[in-house]
Design a protein around this ligand. Structure first.
Ligand code: DGP
Length: 114
């Protein structure tokens, strides 16, 4: 896959407000926040879209969600609640082709989403 802005953030080639990191996952604040808390959880090893994930990526996908939940607990809003979203391709609204989980919190979410 081609390099994206998120791989550059992983390599610290461009700045980001990094809020969480472990061996496999990096998380930073979204440049265009849609909620008081809007953090993107990305795998350090890039996968372009959810469509490109294969069986051997299962553990990595799980780690993204577990990191999101751990961050929510650390920050104290886990019980109040939050939303995690993975956009895929055009209709899903994906604009950066390095798979990521949006973690949104700090306001009441609406359903269905727009
Ligand atoms: P998506 O539409 O699901 O592909 O989400 C991409 C998100 O990434 C979007 O909410 C804006 C955010 N974003 C794009 N470029 C940058 C960047 O350079 N830095 C940060 N922190 N966020 C970015």
């Amino acid at each position: 896959m081609s390099d994206t802005i998120f791989s550059k953030i992983v390599r610290r080639e461009i700045p980001a407000d990094i809020v969480y990191e472990n061996d496999d996952v990096l998380a930073f604040r979204d440049l265009n926040p849609q909620a008081p808390v809007h953090v993107l959880f990305i795998p350090k090893r890039a996968v372009a879209t959810l469509n490109d994930a294969i069986a051997t990526d299962a553990e990595l996908l799980g780690k993204l969600l577990l990191a999101s939940a751990e961050y929510a607990r650390q920050q104290g809003f886990a019980e109040q609640g939050y939303r995690t979203v993975i956009n895929c391709n055009d209709d899903g609204g994906q604009t950066v082709f390095h798979l990521h989980v949006h973690l949104l919190a700090g306001r009441r979410m609406t359903w269905p989403p727009g």
